[in-house]
Design a binder for this molecule. Structure first.
Ligand code: ATP
Ligand code: FE2
Length: 322
């Protein structure tokens, strides 16, 4: 069985072909580069221009013909309306023209499922930290449930906003990581954990107002926010009695975050897994693969039911494949 997946929740337009055996035959993407924060309509225009060539290239790179495709999967949400609509329109058109079924995939769950496919993780707690999302997710009683999340913005967006104010290029995460390596003084920033949830806006405002070297500020930003994430992830492990942490989302490429999660899991006798970068960031392979799992367990939707869900909740999805 061959599945084509289309991703388009935020900055990334991606198209991938994956087989039912879990082989990723192609996984291509183009990223919309923001200047002053993401502009949903501009990002959607970017995706509209890139998706058709990406479909062609992805099919070509996979070494298959259009007619070989058995299923179309797309990112149904959560995400930015105009971006989601663009990806959904491409997916509907493709499904109708190839006369194959359509599946709408929850983007956050897809990060978890590609991690289970691409690492040794089996029953993990997922720490998903990207631009727009920050969530701790685990499977419990038939659903993927959110054990903790950001109450305001995603950590990546916060880092990008901070970086923009300080003249760093987009995305700022990697530059902040480099600067942080040279920082040594831990500045006091508001450590904002509320129950199992976290908040980042206050930390950013405080960081922007610090009178200190940029290196020390970046160092303190990372130490504080990563410690918050580590604390919440550890509590989710304890609560669910799980023994594996899976990392997902663009921010988890950060070595310092990996180190902190690594230390916490080691101290608990647990394990942690990080997928290859191409499967950490937003990618269409995760949409194709989760689409396959859903379809294989009896889920598909009609074009009429394929409306996008900007606020698609992780626990809305009935998990038929586990
Ligand atoms: P979404 O929120 O819809 O999943 P996204 O467009 O934010 O999507 P990702 O590719 O998952 O997509 O993540 C991009 C984010 O990751 C950016 O905010 C970027 O600054 C951050 N990032 C990338 N590398 C690093 C790093 N080394 N350290 C910290 N943050 C990083
Ligand atoms: Fe994502």
């Amino acid at each position: 069985m061959l599945v084509i997946g289309i991703e388009g929740t935020a900055h990334t337009a991606g198209v991938s072909v994956v087989s039912g055996d879990g082989d990723v035959l192609s996984n291509l993407f183009r990223t919309y580069m923001e200047k002053e924060g993401i502009h949903p309509r501009e990002a959607a225009n970017h995706h509209a221009a890139k998706i058709v060539p990406l479909i062609e290239e992805s099919i070509h790179e996979a070494g298959i013909e259009r007619g070989d495709i058995d299923l179309v999967a797309f990112s149904q949400g959560p995400g930015l309306g105009p971006c989601l609509r663009t990806a959904a329109t491409a997916a509907r058109t493709l499904s109708l023209s190839l006369n194959v079924p359509l599946v709408g995939v929850n983007h956050c769950i897809a990060h978890l499922e590609i991690g289970r496919l691409k690492t040794d993780a089996e029953k993990p707690v997922l720490l998903y930290v990207s631009g727009g999302n920050t969530q701790v997710i685990a499977f419990k009683k038939g659903r993927y449930r959110v054990f903790g999340e950001t109450l305001d913005i995603g950590l990546g967006n916060m880092l990008d906003k901070f970086g923009r104010e300080r003249g760093m290029p987009f995305p700022a995460g990697p530059t902040i990581e480099e600067k942080a390596k040279k920082g040594e003084k831990l500045l006091e920033l508001p450590y904002s954990v509320k129950g199992m949830d976290v908040e980042f806006s206050g930390i950013m405002t405080s960081a922007l107002n610090k009178d200190a070297t940029l290196e020390d500020i970046c160092y303190s930003l990372q130490e504080t926010t990563f410690a918050m994430l580590t604390e919440v992830t550890e509590r989710a492990l304890a609560h669910t009695r799980k023994e594996e942490v899976l990392l997902g989302g663009g921010v988890v490429q950060n070595r310092r975050l990996q180190e902190m999660i690594g230390k916490m899991t080691e101290e608990r006798g647990a394990a942690y897994h990080v997928p290859e970068p191409e499967f950490c960031i937003d990618n269409a392979a995760m949409i194709a693969w989760t689409g396959y799992l859903m379809y294989d367990s009896g889920t598909s939707i009609s074009v009429e039911e394929s409306h996008i869900k900007q606020k698609f909740r992780t626990d809305e999805v009935e998990v038929t494949w586990r």
